[in-house]
Structure formats: structure tokens, C-alpha cells
Design a protein around this ligand. Structure first.
Ligand code: VGL
Ligand code: ZN
Length: 208
């Protein structure tokens, strides 16, 4: 793949809280920073996302008395996994990972800001109706292909990839520039869902 004017690199949630030692650590999460930086140099269009929650967010276990992280609760929009408190707006944990290049991105999207609704996807919140505006912004820039990297493969990367497909983009995931949480088999399931939706996998070495 040789990225051109219609290709965008979407860098998902490469934030301190998702690195080892963070509030919701993704195993090996710090290992994506190098590959993500190298990829950014190959794309003319780069967008960054940040998980950006209010302190009382509905996805936090401590918002639900008696509930523990990684349990699932039923919310008006469907099942919601409860997480340790993470990526609180303006906190050190919500900052981009140290060493992540951010200067080349022309677009940044913050998501999960509604206290009552989560948003793994950079396109559509978990209520499956509220749009972030990203699909429109990419369409206005003439983007046809979205190439994803970042964290976590089985949550924010997968949901963003699936919604990008649903929005009509050609979608690829860079397999050496993502890492997963893998809660209860979620990683294998996410790859299956992405494959079924026509999301394709590629290695960094095949891009340039
Ligand atoms: C994420 C769980 C909760 C992610 C965000 O970035 O994949 N996962 N919030
Ligand atoms: Zn979150």
C-alpha cells in the first residue's frame, strides 16, 4: 500500500492510561508508539483520537455501587462493560503517550464525553445514534481509505474500524501497530467481526 491523497491514518487512543502502569493497561501498549510514529510519516492525512471521559462516566465501575471492573451491566443502549476509572478529562492519564508524535495530525477527536453514554468508536457513540462528526470530516477531505492503529484492538480500534466500514470507507488495521485488552476472548472475537465486515489486515512493512 502506498498512501496517497485519499488515505488517512487513524491513531486510536494512544494515551497514558492504556500503557503498562496506567489505569486500564493494555498489555504491550507502549510497543505501538514506535510503529505508530513511523506510520505517521507515511501518510498525508493523520487523525488522532482521545478517550476523554467526565469523572462520573457511566463506563466506570465506581459509578455503579457494588460493581467491579470488567463486569457487564445493562444500560438503556445495551450491555456495557465496566472499566476502572480511566482517561478522565484533563488528567495525566488522558494525555497522549509520552513519545507519541502529534504534530502531523490535522484532526483530533475526543470521545466518550457524555456522562451517560460510552463511545469506543471514533465515529458513533454506544447509543449507536450520536455521531462524532468524524465521518463527515473525512468525507469533506476526500478520504476513501482509513488505516487504523493504536489501542485497544478489541475495543476502540475494532469499533472504529467497523463503523468506518459501515460509513463506506475502505478499512485496514495495521496488525503490528495495535494491541488488545483481551477480556474474556474479546480479541479473537473482534478480529472475526472485523474480518466478516471486510476490514483488512496489513503489516507496517507493507505500507510505504
Ligand atoms: C477503550 C475500554 C474503555 C479503548 C476505551 O481505547 O479501547 N477500551 N475505554
Ligand atoms: Zn473509555
Amino acid at each position: 500500500m502506498t498512501p496517497g491523497a485519499a488515505d488517512l491514518l487513524l491513531v486510536v487512543d494512544v494515551q497514558v492510561d492504556f500503557l503498562p502502569g496506567g489505569a486500564l493497561p493494555v498489555p504491550g501498549g507502549d510497543a505501538v508508539v514506535g510503529p505508530v510514529n513511523a506510520l505517521q510519516g507515511k501518510f498525508r492525512h493523520v487523525a488522532l483520537t482521545q478517550d476523554w471521559h467526565p469523572a462520573d462516566h457511566v463506563s466506570f465501575a465506581d459509578t455503579h455501587p457494588g460493581r467491579a471492573p470488567f463486569e457487564t451491566v445493562e444500560l438503556p443502549y445495551g450491555p456495557q462493560v465496566l472499566w476502572p476509572r480511566h482517561c478522565v478529562q484533563g488528567s495525566a492519564g488522558a494525555a497522549f503517550a509520552p513519545g507519541l508524535a502529534t504534530d502531523r495530525a490535522s484532526l483530533a477527536v475526543r470521545k466518550g464525553m457524555d456522562p451517560r453514554v460510552d463511545s469506543y468508536s471514533a465515529f458513533l457513540e454506544a447509543d449507536r445514534t450520536t455521531r462524532t462528526g468524524l465521518a463527515g470530516a473525512l468525507a469533506e477531505r476526500g478520504i476513501a481509505r482509513v488505516v487504523l492503529c493504536g489501542l485497544a484492538t478489541d475495543f476502540c480500534v475494532a469499533w472504529s474500524a467497523l463503523d468506518a466500514r459501515a460509513a463506506g470507507f475502505d478499512v485496514w488495521v495495521v496488525e503490528d501497530a495495535v494491541r488488545g485488552i483481551d477480556a474474556g476472548g474479546s480479541l479473537a472475537q473482534a478480529w472475526l467481526r472485523m474480518e466478516a465486515a471486510g476490514v483488512r489486515r496489513i503489516g507496517s512493512a507493507a505500507i510505504g
